[in-house]
Unconditional design. Structure first.
Ligand code: GAL
Length: 434
């Protein structure tokens, strides 16, 4: 009986939601004149809804500080922090897709520069070009050309980068390295030598938390980068090199071998949980984007180059896996002036220097203040100007969402089954979606 009532309740709730959606969309359609299928219902005056996946430890501090700065400058505008938990946007991207398809865009949303922005939202004609806005703010020479390219399509600029994260550092526990006399590994061979030594001493060599599969994908993309080098890595995602190339197979073999050195409970941990293993010395190393540096410094009170150190993922020295979080202006949002005020703060030197020291990455702007950053940040800023920049697959820049979803699935199956042929086949099958 209880079950039946519960069922009826669910049906009623569903019907109410559907009714709300359909009445929204019918009024949207009535409003529509020259805007195709875009809604005009989004965004109330005096209210800015910021959509992201930055919730909880190691994720939200930067955003909250940025919002605080915005509220100080614009006390008349109310900010709605619409964040959906789940690293790398695992859940947020699905919620966003539903909202965008239902013509209910947030005022602005987190989106990676590169294919995630361009192939998903720009291609679907869901974003307003921001060229004039960039000109008004004198931003054209304040962002590196490479970043402007990542947020542009066909001469139009579609979003404002708030940061640059690096995807190929390995963070390590300095005390553990010292205690076991481990040298920084620069090649895969050296990595495995160090891993064996740590393993023999009862330390987990490499921490992984792939409850969501992207941290494993991130390791694989870094191995690909190390084996292929930056040019051919790029060619792979441009479809000029096939996934059954011998070097991709070699990368899969190295990946399989690395997975022999991870913590057994990897599938039940998220990225913060895996970082904790390194923080408490149970594990020695972690490959993670440098949001982990924000987590170590601001949440776990660890000191850079004292408690934790960092080095380039083996064989990727002089290369920089670029991840950039950006925010744009969806079509159909009503109070564009208020949203632009938020984007102006987010794109300002002060905004970026408020956000990034907490978030762990570096500012996207070229004229930010290096003194606001610790040694890690200063190094990353310098590397960003001198290293070979390559787009990250795991974080939306190198290939479309469709491909990434399938690559994450393929990686996840590989982590559990270890079958190289199946893995390569799955990547090949997904390649047309790149
Ligand atoms: C990335 C994002 C970062 C960080 C990370 C973990 O995709 O660019 O800012 O949030 O996911 O969730």
């Amino acid at each position: 009986m209880k079950k039946k009532l519960y069922g009826i309740f669910i049906l009623l709730a569903f019907a109410l939601v559907m009714a709300a959606c359909s009445s929204d969309s019918s009024s949207d359609q009535n409003d529509e004149t020259d805007k195709g299928d875009q809604s005009e219902s989004a965004g109330e005056d005096g209210n800015v809804e910021i959509f992201s996946w930055w919730t909880g430890a190691g994720e939200e501090e930067g955003l909250l500080a940025l919002i605080e700065l915005f509220e100080e400058e614009h006390p008349d505008i109310n900010v709605e922090n619409a964040a959906v938990a789940g690293g790398a946007g695992t859940n947020a991207k699905a919620v966003l897709a539903t909202r965008m398809q239902g013509n209910d865009p947030p005022s602005t949303f987190q989106v990676h520069g590169g294919e995630e922005l361009n192939k998903s939202w720009v291609a679907a004609d869901k974003m307003e070009p921001l060229n004039d806005f960039y000109e008004e703010n004198n931003w054209m020479d304040k962002y590196p050309e490479e970043l402007i390219d990542l947020v542009s399509d066909d001469g139009n600029i579609y979003s404002v980068p708030v940061n640059v994260h690096r995807g190929n550092p390995v963070f390590y526990n300095m005390e553990v390295f010292e205690e076991h006399d481990i040298d920084i590994p620069t090649t895969f061979d050296e990595f495995f030598e160090a891993a064996d030594k740590l393993d023999d001493a009862g330390v987990i060599p490499l921490a992984l938390g792939d409850k969501e599969s992207w941290p494993a994908t991130q390791i694989f993309e870094n191995i690909l980068l190390g084996v292929l080098g930056p040019d051919d890595y790029q060619k792979l995602f441009d479809g000029e090199i096939e996934f059954n190339d011998d070097r991709v197979v070699e990368a899969a073999e190295i990946f399989g071998k690395m997975l022999e050195y991870i913590n057994e409970d990897h599938a039940s941990r998220n990225w913060q949980d895996s970082a904790q293993l390194v923080a408490n010395g149970e594990a020695a190393m972690l490959n993670m984007g440098d949001w982990a540096k924000g987590y170590f410094s601001n949440d776990l009170d660890m000191e850079t180059n004292v408690d934790f150190g960092y080095f380039d993922f083996p064989e990727t020295e002089g290369m920089f896996q670029v991840i950039t979080d950006t925010f744009g202006l969806p079509k159909g949002v009503k109070n564009t002036d208020d949203v632009k005020k938020f984007l102006t703060v987010l794109g300002s030197v002060e905004g970026q220097d408020t956000f990034n020291p907490l978030k762990g990455g570096i500012p996207a702007r070229v004229d930010a203040d290096p003194e606001k950053y610790d040694d890690y940040g200063k190094d990353a800023m310098e590397d960003f100007t001198s290293a070979r920049l390559v787009p990250s697959l795991a974080h939306g820049s190198a290939a479309s969402e469709g491909f990434l979803t399938k690559a994450n699935q393929a990686v996840n199956i590989f982590v559990t089954q270890g079958d190289i042929d199946n893995f390569i086949q799955a990547l090949e099958n997904a390649a047309p979606e790149m």
